[in-house]
Design a protein around this ligand. Structure first.
Ligand code: ADP
Length: 590
C-alpha cells in the first residue's frame, strides 16, 4: 500500500473494529451470564414457592393428584415444573403427561443430584420437543432427612436468544456509526500528519528532476516543520548554485562561440566532448556529427587525430604549426594541452587551433616587398655607381662623355628619389599612420591645378587634354591625398599614351558621391593584367615601363588613398585603344 495516510487510517480502523467487536462479545456474554444467573435465581425461587404451595411429600405416593395439582401451574410465561422420583420416573409435569415422558435418570441436572448428591443441579440444552433452548434447575426433595425425589423447574431461554440478537443488532449499528465517524476522523488526522511529509517528498522529487523553484509551502510544526525548513534551505542553495553554474556555463559558451580560435575537448578515452563553432568551421564537420564520437572520426583530420592520440598517451603538451590544404592553404598554430583534473588526474586533451594564415601571408608579402625594394634600388644605384666610377677613371676628361654620364647619374638619382618617396608614402598610408585631415575640396579646382604642373610633359608629347567644366564640385577629404590620386592617374595617362594622344578628365556628380574619370588613348592594359595593376611594383611591361621612369607603385598608392577616403577605383582598358580609370569618392553632404 503506497499512501501513508491510508495505512495509518486503515490500521487505526482495524484496531478500532477489533476493540469494538471484543467489547461486543464481552457485553453479550455479560448480558447472557447475568440473564442466566437471574433466571437460575428465579427458577430456584419458583421451585421453593411451588414446594410451599403444594405439599409434595404428602402427594408423593399419589401421582395422579400430584399431576392434577401441578398442572395448575401450566402457564405460558410461568416456568415448567416436573417432579421426578429417585429412579428417574417423571411423577408429575406442569406441561406434559408424565406417563408419556421418558425416564429422566440420564438428564444432566437429574444425574448430578441422584449420583453425585449435590444440592442443586443445572443444565441448559436444546429441547427437541419445544424447539428452543431451555434452562433446567433441579433441587432435591426431602421427606424429613431422606431424599425422596427431585423437583425440576425449567424455563425457555428464547428470551435470551432474542435479547442477544437485539443486543448484537444495536451493537452493530453503534459499531458501524463509530467506525464511520472514527474512520473519517482518522483519515483527516492521518492526512494532516502525512500531507507535509508528502509535500516534502514531492519537493525532493522535483528537485531531483531539476525543478529548483519548488518549495514546501505547507505549515507544519515540530520535526516535520524542521524538515520542511531544511528542504527549503537546501532547495534555495541548490537553485543558487545551479544559477551560478548556468551563468558560468553561459559565459563559457559565449566565450567559446565567439572565439576566433577553434577549441575542442577530448576526454582520456578519446571521446570528443566539446567543439566550438570556429573548430566546426575549421574541420568542416558539425558538433552533432562529432560530439560523443571518437576523435578518429574527424574526417579530414590533417594529422590532428595522431597528435591527440600522442597527447593522450604521453600527457605531454604539444605546440606545432599545421598546414591544411583544402581548397586554399591555411596555416594554424596548434596547441594540444593535457587537461588535468582534481588530484592531478589526466582527464583529456584541450586542442586549440589558431589561424595564422594572414600573419604568414603578411610576412611573405613583407619579405617579397623587401626583395622588390632591394631589386628596384639596385638598378639606379648600380648605374650611378658605374657611371661615377667611369667618370673617376678618367671619363670626366671628356666633356661630352662627362655631360652625358652626369645626366644619367642625375636621372637615376631622380628615380631613386621618386622611388624612395613612393615607398615611404606607401608604407605610411599602409600603416594608417597619418589620419585624414578632412576638409572641403573643390575637385574641379584641384584637377586644374594638377594639370598645370603636368603641362610641360604634355606639351613635350603633344598630348591634348580635355577637362571638366569650371563649376565647382565639392567633396570631403584630404586635399594633398586627392591631389596625389589625380596626379598619379593623369601622369600615368601621359606616360602610357604615345605622342599626339588624348587624355580626358571628367567629373560626374551623383546624389551621394562623385565619379572622377581619367581616360586616355594610350597603349592600354592587356585584359589578364588588369587585376594586378594595383599591386606594388607591378608593371605590365617591366623593361618598357622602367625605362619610362615608373616605379610600379603609383597605382598601389592611388588604391590606398582612394580606400582611405572610403571610395572605390575601377579600371577599363583595351590594349592599343586606351585606358579609363573611374574613381568614386563620397560627396560633401549638405
Ligand atoms: P608605374 O609607376 O610603373 O606607372 P603604376 O602603379 O602607376 O606604376 O602602374 C602599374 C602598371 O600599370 C604600369 O607599369 C603600366 O604597365 C600599367 N598602367 C598604369 N596606368 C596605365 C595607363 N594609363 N595606360 C596603360 N597602362 C597603364
Amino acid at each position: 500500500m503506497k499512501k501513508l495516510w491510508l495505512r495509518i487510517s486503515l490500521t487505526f480502523f482495524l484496531l478500532l473494529l477489533g476493540v469494538l467487536i471484543a467489547i461486543g462479545f464481552f457485553l453479550v456474554n455479560l448480558m447472557k451470564d447475568t440473564y442466566i444467573d437471574m433466571t437460575r435465581e428465579q427458577l430456584l425461587e419458583n421451585a421453593q414457592l411451588m414446594m410451599k404451595a403444594i405439599d409434595i411429600t404428602e402427594l408423593y405416593n399419589d401421582p395422579p393428584v400430584l399431576q392434577e395439582k401441578i398442572s395448575h401451574f401450566a402457564h405460558p410465561i410461568q416456568p415448567r415444573f416436573t417432579i421426578i422420583s429417585e429412579n428417574g420416573t417423571v411423577l408429575a409435569d406442569s406441561e406434559d403427561d408424565p406417563r408419556q415422558m421418558d425416564n429422566h435418570l440420564n438428564r444432566p441436572e437429574v444425574k448430578g443430584i441422584l449420583q453425585d448428591g449435590i444440592q442443586q443441579g443445572e443444565s441448559i440444552r436444546f429441547s427437541e420437543t419445544l424447539d428452543f433452548k431451555m434452562m433446567y434447575v433441579t433441587v432435591p426433595l426431602y421427606k424429613g432427612n431422606e431424599r425422596i425425589g427431585i423437583v425440576r423447574t425449567a424455563i425457555a431461554l428464547d428470551m435470551i436468544e432474542k435479547s442477544t440478537k437485539q443486543l448484537w443488532f444495536s451493537l452493530f449499528i453503534i459499531i458501524g456509526v463509530t467506525l464511520i465517524l472514527s474512520g473519517m476522523v482518522s483519515i483527516r488526522l492521518a492526512k494532516g500528519i502525512t500531507r507535509p511529509i508528502e509535500e516534502v517528498v514531492d519537493v525532493a522529487r522535483r528537485l531531483t528532476s531539476k525543478d529548483y523553484e519548488s518549495r514546501v509551502t505547507v505549515k507544519a510544526t515540530g520535526e516535520i516543520g524542521q524538515l520542511s525548513h531544511a528542504i527549503n534551505v537546501l532547495a534555495s542553495s541548490l537553485q543558487k548554485q545551479m544559477k551560478e553554474i548556468q551563468d558560468h556555463q553561459q559565459q563559457l559558451t559565449s566565450i567559446l562561440s565567439n572565439m576566433v580560435s577553434g577549441v575542442m575537448l577530448v576526454n582520456d578515452a578519446g571521446i570528443i566532448q566539446l567543439i566550438n563553432p570556429a573548430m566546426e568551421e575549421l574541420i568542416g564537420q558539425s558538433q552533432e556529427e562529432l560530439i560523443g564520437q571518437l576523435h578518429t572520426q574527424i574526417g579530414e583530420h590533417f594529422g590532428l587525430s595522431e597528435r591527440i592520440s600522442y597527447c593522450i598517451q604521453s600527457a605531454e603538451y604539444i605546440h606545432e604549426e599545421i598546414d591544411i590544404n583544402r581548397s586554399n592553404e591555411r596555416v594554424f598554430d596548434a596547441h594540444f594541452a593535457p587537461f588535468i583534473g582534481e588530484n592531478n588526474r589526466f582527464k583529456g586533451v584541450i586542442i586549440i587551433l589558431h589561424e595564422i594564415t594572414e600573419i604568414r601571408r603578411l610576412e611573405k608579402v613583407r619579405s617579397e616587398f623587401v626583395a622588390n625594394v632591394s631589386h628596384e634600388l639596385k638598378t639606379p644605384i648600380t648605374s650611378v655607381k658605374g657611371f661615377s666610377e667611369t667618370l673617376l677613371d678618367g671619363a670626366a676628361e671628356d666633356e661630352e662623355l662627362r655631360q652625358s654620364f652626369l645626366k644619367i647619374i642625375h636621372e637615376e638619382s631622380d628615380r631613386l628619389h621618386r622611388l624612395i618617396n613612393d615607398i615611404l608614402n606607401l608604407s605610411k598610408i599602409e600603416q594608417h599612420k597619418i589620419p585624414l585631415q578632412i576638409e572641403t575640396i573643390d575637385v574641379t579646382n584641384l584637377i586644374y591645378d594638377t594639370v598645370e604642373t603636368l603641362q610641360e610633359e604634355m606639351t613635350k608629347k603633344a598630348i591634348t587634354i580635355s577637362l571638366p567644366g569650371q563649376e565647382s564640385v565639392l567633396i570631403e577629404g584630404e586635399k594633398d591625398r586627392v591631389r596625389q590620386i589625380i596626379l598619379n592617374l593623369i601622369s600615368n595617362g601621359i606616360t602610357y599614351t604615345p605622342k599626339n594622344g588624348k587624355i580626358s578628365v571628367k567629373v560626374i556628380e551623383h546624389d551621394h558621391d562623385i565619379e572622377l574619370i581619367v581616360s586616355d588613348t594610350g597603349i592600354g592594359i592587356p585584359e589578364k593584367e588588369i587585376p594586378r595593376v594595383f599591386e606594388r611594383f607591378y608593371r605590365v611591361d617591366k623593361a618598357r615601363t622602367r625605362h619610362s621612369g615608373g616605379t610600379g607603385l603609383g597605382l598601389a598608392i592611388v588604391k590606398h588613398l582612394v580606400e582611405s577616403h572610403h571610395g572605390k577605383i575601377k579600371v577599363d582598358s583595351i590594349e592599343g585603344v586606351g585606358t579609363t580609370f573611374i574613381v568614386t569618392l563620397p560627396k560633401k553632404q549638405p
